[in-house]
Design a protein around this ligand. Structure first.
Ligand SMILES: [Zn+2]
Length: 271
């Protein structure tokens, strides 16, 4: 069976959070390896998972605390910080209240992985509430939600069809802070959108009607100058049908689409 790096990250996170709470806390590769029972040379995979999470969530670079025994400096690959100002990075990590939030890899403590939970959500959308309860942490929930939407939408933007995976994001119809816990991970409250359409959608420039028609706020392009690139991602898509998942259980619900439409409706009439 493949090594579950997320489960290791769960254990390493607890150790690093404790180290961060000490005034001048640092930990060597050897010490961290011994603490979580992983060979020091294999730690880079674990630290990679943690560093990616910190970067993604704009958290201080927790992995900066892991240093080489000889010179007490971190490996350049895990600084995620301006190398010319390591003391500032360390200060940020030590000042952050790591113990006030859940370990983001909690779900992995029982051997789960993000991929497996996303696949579960894809095959049974009704499990959204259970999976959210298991995950708890917003950043992790968002990441699993995105993976599930990638599966449901077969990796293409619902509005334009773009398939560059790294540019595809999970959008919520009813915003995170306004929806129920179950809706936070319910695929029927989500859309897979490229970064541009995600932003335009969140700002209400674009919405999707109950019959899945794409609406752009300024269909005739009257408001200001449109370059041909602007038109391609906006006016040209007005009136087109959005790409929907094959499995209808993942289709956006009328309730969720209605919420987005109502929230931004005034803008549609303002043009
Ligand atoms: Zn798009």
């Amino acid at each position: 069976m493949a090594v579950n790096q997320e489960e290791r990250a769960y254990r390493a996170w607890n150790v690093l959070a404790a180290v961060a709470s000490k005034a001048s806390g640092l930990i060597t590769y050897g010490e961290l390896g011994a603490a979580i029972n992983v060979h020091p040379r294999a730690l880079r995979y674990v630290l990679g998972v943690i560093q990616a999470y910190c970067l993604d969530q704009k958290l201080p670079p927790l992995t900066i605390l892991v240093v080489n025994a000889q010179d007490q400096t971190p490996s350049s690959g895990f600084i995620a910080w301006d190398v010319d100002d390591l003391p500032e990075g360390l200060r940020k990590v030590r000042n952050y209240a790591w113990n006030e939030s859940e370990n983001p890899f909690l779900y992995a403590s029982q051997g789960e992985t993000e991929e497996a939970l996303a696949a579960e959500l894809d095959s049974d959308p009704g499990k959204a509430a259970d999976i959210y309860a298991q995950v708890k942490v917003r950043g992790t929930a968002q990441s699993i939600f995105r993976k599930a939407l990638l599966l449901a939408y077969q990796g293409r933007c619902a509005i334009c069809g773009l398939t560059f995976e790294d540019a595809l994001q999970a959008a919520h119809l009813i915003e995170w802070n306004a929806c129920s816990p179950a809706q936070r991970m319910a695929t029927c409250n989500g859309l897979l959108l490229c970064a541009t359409h995600h932003r335009l959608f969140d700002w209400g420039y674009i919405t999707i009607a109950p019959d899945h028609t794409v609406y752009y706020i300024d269909p005739m392009g009257r408001d200001g100058k449109y370059s041909s690139a602007d038109s391609q991602v906006s006016t040209a898509l007005h009136g087109k049908k959005a790409f929907m998942p094959k499995d209808r259980r993942h289709w956006p619900s009328a309730e969720c689409l209605g919420w987005h439409y109502k929230t931004h409706e005034w803008k549609l009439h303002a043009m």
